[in-house]
Design a protein around this ligand. Structure first.
Ligand code: ATP
Length: 426
């Protein structure tokens, strides 16, 4: 718990470095820091990546400090002219920047130990912001700095992850532990399939309001993609069991609102859910893919241990392959077209029979951009699932987007139909 200081509950992270704006490097430090701050119950509200630009950084630091209680600045602590962090933060705070002889001596010793003289530019790394606590760098030359500003804190950390990570864990985290209210954030992910984002949002809106009003409140973020919707729920409490109970209540609300469209409530991906269902029922699956050409098999087998339930897959792209490899009657293809429910059914049944599996899935479609017609436009995809019992189900979808989008949506639709066939047999 905090002593004489008010508790720190919110933070912003500023990653300094022009190299991270052009795609040359990615800011991974903020991901590491966010994970650890969340463990402490500190919510990261914003992160920015800023060029090595003194004036811009000065402004962004001042703005962040006005908004939040903790600001972590990473990078730009090196010895060269483009390392502007120390000076920009000092300017934002209106504090002096003074050389600390002890730091310079320690840097000099590091060089001497390696048989070099210390270049004079390294003196910059001994510049300390007025009132800062110096954080030793066990791995590199640039020390970090912890600066108290009224009731707020700003911390300067080196850019290289191998320097930042130990410094954060050894020097910053223990200090923060004494400054948090002691609450922990607990999260839970619920996956929904079979609804559009706006449809889901409409149903969720009254739930959001109820969750916000309860103690402890539950917050929710909705994320749509690849034909599915992820609902990220979060709650915070001093007792994590209390936060977990709040999330369990919210999850039950979602299950009640969405029924069979709830794919998982524990963060598992669709392919893991399907795998677990197949394993539970001691079933094996065979896949016949035309327009997805192996993507469904790839998704299923990306899960470790999938050999327990994946029998195999057939890529049957041409009509000839559908006939030769899966026993689809040519007459069915000629009568209904390759993209049709009878062909998808024959593919699913063929895969199941050829490979001797309990469940067969067949997918055929027009991924585009060419090949569409008025009756069967680009994006038309047919999925059939044979099994686990004698039942065979088939559905025709019309997916939007590029060739790749259509193919990805098709894999999600097919795996979800397998899930429903096992979970809710007719
Ligand atoms: P140094 O003393 O090494 O100069 P520094 O604090 O000045 O440290 P930078 O010069 O800004 O750090 O960055 C050094 C290297 O650290 C970058 O080239 C990059 O590889 C890595 N780095 C910097 N910032 C980040 C970040 N936010 N996420 C991941 N890596 C980073």
């Amino acid at each position: 718990m905090s002593g004489q200081h008010p508790a720190i509950g919110r933070a912003e992270i500023i990653a300094v470095g022009t190299e991270m704006l052009g795609g040359g490097r990615t800011d991974t430090n903020s991901v590491f820091l966010t994970r650890h701050l969340e463990e402490l119950g500190i919510e990261v509200q914003a992160k920015s990546v800023v060029a090595d630009d003194f004036q811009l950084l000065e402004r962004i630091v001042a703005e962040a400090l006005a908004r939040t209680e903790l600001v972590l600045v990473t990078g730009g602590l090196g010895p060269t002219d483009d390392d502007v962090t120390r000076a920009a933060v000092a300017a934002a705070l209106g504090r002096p920047l003074d050389e600390d002889e002890a730091i310079v001596a320690a840097i000099r010793t590091r060089f001497v130990r390696r048989g070099y003289e210390m270049p004079s530019i390294n003196r910059r790394q001994g510049m300390v912001i007025g009132g800062a606590v110096v954080l030793p760098n066990a791995v590199g030359t640039a020390p970090g700095q912890w600066v108290e500003v009224d009731c707020k804190v700003i911390v300067l950390l080196p850019g290289p992850p191998r320097e930042l990570e130990p410094m954060f864990l050894q020097e910053v985290k223990p200090r923060l532990e004494t400054r948090v209210a002691g609450e922990q954030i607990v999260r839970r992910t619920v996956r929904l399939i079979g609804r559009t984002e706006s449809h889901a949002e409409e149903r969720l809106r009254p739930l959001y309001a109820a969750w916000r009003a309860q103690v402890p409140p539950v917050t929710a973020t909705i994320l749509a993609g690849r034909g599915q919707i992820e609902l990220h729920l979060a709650s915070r409490s001093i007792d994590p069991a209390v936060a977990r109970r709040a999330l369990a209540g919210a999850t039950a609300d979602v299950e009640q609102a969405f029924g069979r469209d709830v794919c998982s409530t524990d963060g598992r991906a669709l392919e893991e859910v399907v795998g677990d269902l197949l394993r539970e029922k001691s079933l094996r699956i065979a896949i016949a893919e035309s327009c997805t050409a192996g993507m469904i098999a790839a998704r299923l087998t990306a899960v470790p241990g999938s050999s327990a339930y994946v029998e195999g897959g057939v890529v049957a792209y041409s009509n000839q392959a559908k006939v030769a490899l899966l026993g689809v009657p040519l007459s069915v293809i000629e009568e209904h077209g390759a993209v049709s429910e009878p062909v998808a059914v024959a593919m699913a049944e063929g895969a199941r029979a050829v490979l001797g599996a309990g469940v067969g899935v067949g997918v055929t479609g027009i991924a585009g951009p060419g090949g569409g017609s008025e009756g069967k436009p680009v994006g038309t995809v047919v999925v059939a699932v044979a099994g686990p019992g004698p039942d065979v189900v088939a559905r025709t979808f019309l997916f939007p987007g590029t060739r790749q989008h259509v193919r990805v949506f098709s894999t999600t639709a097919a795996l979800d139909m397998v899930r429903r066939s096992i979970q809710f047999p007719a």
